[in-house]
Design a protein around this ligand. Structure first.
Ligand SMILES: [Zn+2]
Length: 69
């Protein structure tokens, strides 16, 4: 009786560098290709998280202004 594997090793695209990444249990940095890429991505994510928006979202243009053209 064989145990079905729900984790089939495959090569995926590294979200960080776009290179091939082995998506397998042996790759502990998956889906990243390497520890370096994983750290870079986490760093970028943290930077986004801590960035304080300096300007509020732009209000949509007043539709009535378009009528005056
Ligand atoms: Zn990578």
């Amino acid at each position: 009786m064989s145990t079905p594997t729900d984790f089939e090793p495959a090569t995926v695209i590294c979200p960080c560098c776009g290179g091939p990444s082995l998506y397998a249990p042996s790759n502990r940095y998956r889906p990243f290709c390497s520890e370096r890429c994983k750290q870079i991505d986490l760093g970028a994510w943290a930077a986004e998280e801590f960035r304080v928006p300096t300007s509020p979202p732009l209000e949509p243009a007043n539709p009535e202004d378009d009528w005056k053209h």
